[in-house]
Design a protein. Sequence first.
Length: 496
Amino acid sequence: LGGREMPQAYDFNRLLYLESLLCYTLYLGCVASKGISDVPLRPVLLLVICLSMAQASATRYPTAREASSGLLICGSLIPLGFLGLSEYQPIGFLISWLTAVLVSVYHTTQHSRPLRAVGVVMCAGLFWRLQPPAPGFDAIPFAVLGAAGYFSALRGLPRSLTEGEALICSQLFALLVYAIYGFTVGVVFLTKLRIAMVYGVVGATGVGGSMLCLKACGVRSSMMYYAVLGVGAVTVLFVMSLALGQNSLVWLYSYVFDHKAVPFFFICYYFAVLVVGLPFAPRTFNRRNRTIARKYFHLLAMAMFVPTILLHVRFLALAFAVALAIFIVVESLRIAGVEPISSNATAVMKVYIDEKDTGVAVLTHMYLLVGCALPVWCVFVFHHGGIFSAKSLLCAIAGVTVTGLGDACASVMGVLFGKHKWSSSGKTIEGSLAMLLSIVLFQSWALWYYGFHNLSTASWLKLIFSDVIVVLLEASTDQVDNLILPLCQVVTLMFI
């Protein structure tokens, strides 16, 4: 498989093989658990071939840090997630699947090599024999949009994302745009809460993209950026109001302060946690203490989000969407150098910046938010809007479990007590064991709290196996774990 030169601390080939092996395990688990008749084998086979060939391909756009492309593992998670749903969603699978195929075929054919040429012929032959379901052709425009978003992200945010991370973001964006299109033409049903979430995130992405376009055109006037921001905000709120059938701000006010004001109480709780927790956040530039400082925010996020997941998952889904929209707009203004936002945001972030944030965009904090949010959104959208089973509970808490607790424990224990390192990476075995133990204990407590603890021995073993897969991926991948570990946890939970 070949690839970029890696720092001396990494054995790149071994790390790449381990990551690929874990991904193939997910594919086999998908087929084994769902049954051959329930899995579209030819599309899955085509995805395996394309992503495997494109895994280590170079790109003409500068990507983040010295890391593998991550196309195989990252491009697989969302399509496999749709296959794992109890109610198969063919259009969601096809959009994410075709986006990954288009991107990987581009990378595969980027250099004229005989082996890759044969691979392209094989892919074309398999694709020709595919007979996609009815919505298959409807997925093509949105997959093309996703592929365009992929290259736009790599070009507009140089050295900020790996190919795999950009692919996940582009798949999610294409799915959100399809949700808006489907709702508009009447083929997708969205509740008012889901309308606010989808339109808000897509609108914020559009506003953020407009900021980056202005920067690329050489615009330096802050007033111009604020004017675009104001026009974009008004446009998004107006379109959202049309979709809701009422004023969007009035609806949001009613949602927060009605329902016995439970959402308002949670907002007060969030402020209380931040007021109490932020003054104790470590503020040092020492590399060792900086790692611990970043993980402090992981635990702070866990303290904020776990009660809401257990008591009001619907409001948390909306809160995540609002927070993500704000993060996108603020980060785009920071990149564009719009004052006073740019200097203040940069001053706050530089203390806790991750070594993986080597590009123009600082995305680690956003990945933490998205990693916690995606499992909650999955449960809210695909599990009847709430927690009604052990599987939906475990999926909902997957983000805070893996990133908020597990990854934080792994990093802190590895930094403080780690002595034995994995041969494929610089991460420690002690940290991985701490991560596994913390995840299993927290999941056991959550199941007991909700009354789902009377699981069979086989179910407990499957759950632990799922946790082991996630821990091994954390130890073997060089992608941003805040993003891919929660997705991997949700996918594995769907197949147990």
